[in-house]
Design a protein around this ligand. Structure first.
Ligand code: FE2
Length: 261
């Protein structure tokens, strides 16, 4: 299957327009729009000085991704089934507004610079308890599926990926975890290997912008380095913000996490 080999080679895949995806996205957009009329919910999820609504678990979909009668179906289905994952969680709805990024909460100057110059690039699931603290594999996701909920201008903070970076992460973590019981992976501090690998990814891998229209979608390999690009300052008055729903279900088997397939 060509799409599987492309995905495994590059670490990302963009799917063409699909009416079913557009239909689901429009329904999700109406739901989130009415939910965010509740100012408390909206304000509690805003960060980066009002330029990012983080929206973790914001969408009330079922474990198949359906919104009531509207099922989540589209060209990504076969890739979703390729890894054994748990049921779908309530989708994150990430909304970026004009001016992103601004410093987040107590963000240090160097972290903010990383957000601005390096798109806050990260591999999902490797979480630090506090800035600069030990980093551990806490959320072993199966994949990241991104679905735009509205038609946004191209420069409205699209997601970026470092093509092929999943190969480097896989190699580094396979060596780190070699001969370690998967039960103990969650206790290991992976800071050093993660930082070193990230550095060599910036040197070796191409940064690709994954702009997607309404009705399109993309999938990112769980080990692929990705981030959010800054808002193009020439884009003005797109006040609804660019909205993307993300599904990142957890793997059924932790031992699958460092694998490429
Ligand atoms: Fe992410």
């Amino acid at each position: 299957m060509k799409e599987l080999s492309d995905f495994e080679h590059k670490g990302w895949i963009k799917f063409k327009f699909d009416q079913r995806v557009a239909h689901w996205a429009n329904a999700a957009n109406s739901k989130i729009t009415s939910k965010l009329k509740n100012k408390e919910i909206f304000d509690n999820n805003l960060t980066c000085q009002g330029t990012w609504f983080v929206g973790v678990d914001a969408l009330e979909n079922d474990t198949n991704g359906a919104l009531g009668e509207i099922s989540l179906s589209g060209p990504f289905e076969s890739l979703m089934k390729r890894t054994e994952a748990r049921g779908l969680h309530a989708a994150q709805v990430s909304i970026i507004f004009e001016g992103y990024p601004k410093p987040r909460d107590q963000e240090s100057e160097s972290s903010f610079n990383y957000r601005l110059k390096r798109d806050a690039a990260h591999v999902d699931g490797l979480i630090a308890d506090f800035p600069g603290g030990p980093r551990k594999l806490k959320e072993p996701h199966a994949y990241v599926l991104g679905i735009p909920l509205n038609q946004a201008p191209k420069g409205a903070s699209p997601v970026v990926v470092w093509e092929g970076s999943h190969h480097l992460i896989s190699k580094a973590f396979n060596s780190l975890f070699l001969n370690q019981d998967p039960e103990k992976w969650k206790d290991l501090d992976v800071r050093e290997v993660y930082m070193q690998t990230r550095k060599s990814i910036f040197e070796k891998c191409k940064r690709r912008v994954l702009y997607a229209n309404l009705g399109e979608s993309y999938m990112i390999h769980r080990l692929c380095l990705h981030g959010i690009s800054p808002w193009d300052f020439e884009i003005k008055n797109f006040n609804e913000g660019r909205k993307i729903a993300y599904f990142r279900p957890e793997l059924q088997h932790l031992a699958d996490w460092p694998k490429l397939s």
